[in-house]
Ligand binder design. Structure first.
Ligand code: ATP
Ligand code: MG
Length: 590
């Protein structure tokens, strides 16, 4: 099956998009000029939280809802709206609480919490106070929490009593670097830690005014851990001027406009959930939806409907899960408020883009970036034709190319459609400034002016980039370079398939043989007949050199907690090798 181009007219947004002429804006864009879009704090200083909150003071945005919180238990509590004015006052109070505890600029503040308002207030308050902020995913077990704490050695941990008791109580008292544990909730039970303080009491006596710290553009603001898809997670450091990239990329790649109701489904424990789940939407003054609950197909459709979500930023795993439940479920809801859909985190199968068109009347706009890049680098824009399966084109301000590493340095591939490493010219504001405690590893990511992403891709003659695979996942078979994504996407075309993962296993004849793992949709039986049919489909579509020779069914594929298929685990298990770091593995994949 080939996927026809979705012309810009077919998916045009009702309102004119922010980026109307890609070529023109891309050719003229300069980060220095774009700085005008920010308020700034004078003398070249700035602060992420100032751009997100303080700059709206005295404007109409002050009265907008900044955050609409949907509690997990809808029967027990109703949605809670927090205006921009209120969020500013609360984060100011939080910054004052930090000051009253003796926490100073440059100190590290970690937050381990579910998606509740306190997390957002703590993040913004810590940034205001000039602290380095790190969100940790609340579903992590004690081990991954401890290892990330030991890497960053925070002096403050913000969490809840329940999470503290469940995950930290046994060992937190051993951490010599931790000075304060700030508890977000009002649990009456005592927390067995002399450093623990309850936030509510401190907040009620704290002033709602705070003079946000004016930071140098290069001062560290955020420490984010990578997803751990390919190995041990790395701690990427980002600086305050990253906010310029957050703002600009959300303007162009998410098309955020002032009246939008915006829902980013990622948890702030992953970079998407902070860059585009806290910072970017607030800098644009939109209303963001924060859902405390985990994925649930019906709840998600209901949220899109009831909250009138207009811009929705989600991930391929979630889209594949919704596809599993079919169009019938989507048709039960009024989703006419949606105007722009975007996806990130993993390759987006062309079938998913098509499904969006058929089911929601809109395509998903795939975009590509990494924890290291801090913001969206390549995207499908509202004003451009979509080629399903392509990641799109580089953002204004971003120069991307395809290259090989050579003994002398770097060699750029001139011919379109040649596969090589995706590289980015350094100099955008949200680029990471280091891997914490891993200088050598950081420096190895660069050759001259170029950042090497570790992902393989190709660029077609129209300038669209196509993801081939992570350098570690790519399969070399009989002289062919095979990207798992291409093979997996073919299986996704079959109506019985929910998800697919493809790996290479050592083979005497071909070097590596292609093997597929497939999870089926609910109620579909894994038969030998279906196995043959799927292998036949792959052979027909990909040819015998690329199609897998073997296929096994699995109930589910191992995934990171951020929803990425862990091919390295499929491979290690297949070959009986050590599993390596599994700290980010989702329970169901064990
Ligand atoms: P680790 O670096 O710890 O192995 P990770 O690379 O999965 O984990 P992230 O920074 O969260 O950690 O993910 C970035 C990676 O996700 C990219 O390098 C790419 O491989 C993949 N990715 C993100 N978006 C896309 C996309 N739109 N298409 C294809 N791949 C994507
Ligand atoms: Mg990575």
């Amino acid at each position: 099956m080939s996927y026809p181009i979705i012309s810009k007219r077919e998916h045009a947004s009702p309102a004119p998009p922010n980026l109307r002429d890609y070529d023109l804006v891309h050719s003229k864009f300069s980060w220095d000029q774009a700085r005008e879009k920010l308020a700034g704090m004078g003398e070249g200083k700035l602060n992420i939280a100032f751009e997100a909150l303080d700059r709206h003071r005295g404007t109409e945005i002050e009265n907008h809802v900044a955050l609409r919180f949907l509690p997990k238990d809808e029967n027990a509590a109703s949605p809670q709206d927090i205006s921009y004015r209120q969020l500013l006052a609360d984060s100011n109070r939080f910054a004052n609480v930090l000051a009253s505890l003796g926490v100073t600029r440059g100190d590290r503040v970690y937050c381990l919490s579910g998606r509740i308002p306190g997390l957002y207030i703590a993040a913004l308050g810590a940034l205001k106070h000039g602290c380095l902020f790190t969100p940790l995913f609340s579903a992590f077990g004690p081990e991954p929490i401890r290892s990330r704490m030991d890497i960053g050695q925070p002096s403050v941990l913000v969490t809840t009593s329940r999470l503290y008791r469940k995950k930290l109580a046994d060992w937190a008292h051993e951490l010599p670097y931790l000075d304060h544990v700030i508890l977000l909730d009002d649990d009456p039970a005592e927390t067995p830690d002399r450093r623990a303080v309850k936030l509510s009491a401190l907040m009620s006596s704290a002033s709602p005014d705070y003079s946000t710290q004016a930071m140098a553009p290069e001062e560290p603001a955020l420490l984010h851990f990578t997803s751990g898809t390919t190995g041990k997670p790395k701690g990427a450091i980002h600086v305050h001027q990253a906010v310029l990239a957050h703002y600009v990329t959300a303007e162009f790649a998410l098309d955020l406009q002032p009246r939008d109701i915006y829902w980013c489904t990622a948890d702030p424990g992953w970079v998407t959930g902070t860059s585009y789940g806290i910072i970017a939407p607030l800098t644009h003054g939109v209303t963001m939806i924060v859902d405390e609950a985990d994925f649930d197909a019906e709840r998600w459709y209901r949220t899109l409907q009831d909250q009138h979500v207009s811009v929705w930023y989600t991930a391929p795993t979630a889209i594949r899960m919704l596809m599993k439940y079919g169009k019938e479920m989507a048709d039960r809801f009024d989703l006419s408020g949606l105007r722009f859909l975007a996806s990130v985190g993993e390759p987006l199968n062309p079938e998913a883009v098509k499904w969006g068109m058929e089911t929601l009347g809109l395509p998903f706009h795939d975009n590509w970036w990494q924890t290291e890049t801090g913001g969206i680098m390549i995207a499908n824009f509202s004003s451009m034709d979509i080629k399903p399966g392509s990641m799109g084109k580089p953002l204004p301000g971003i120069e991307a190319a395809i290259a090989h590493r050579t003994a002398e340095g770097i060699e750029f591939l001139q011919n379109s459609d040649e596969t090589g490493e995706l590289v980015l010219k350094t100099g955008w504001p949200s680029m990471f400034r280091g891997y914490l405690n891993e200088d050598e590893r950081y420096h190895k990511c660069f050759i001259g002016d170029w950042y090497l992403t570790g992902d393989l891709a190709r660029c077609d003659e129209d300038g669209y980039f196509w993801f081939v695979g992570r350098a570690d996942d790519v399969i070399k078979s009989s002289g062919h370079l095979i990207g798992p994504f291409e093979v997996e996407s073919v299986f996704m075309e079959h109506p019985a398939v929910a998800e697919a993962g493809v790996i290479g296993i050592p083979d005497e004849v071909s070097g590596e043989a292609v093997k597929a793992f497939v999870a089926l949709k609910p109620g579909i039986e894994a038969t030998e007949g279906l196995q043959k049919e799927l292998l036949g489909l792959a052979r027909k579509r990909l040819g015998p050199a690329v199609a897998p020779k073997t296929l096994e069914f699995r109930v589910a594929l191992p995934k990171t907690r951020s929803g990425k298929i862990m091919r390295r685990l499929l491979k290690a298990r297949e070959l009986g090798l050590p599993e390596g770091d599994t700290s980010t593995l989702e329970e169901s994949g064990k």
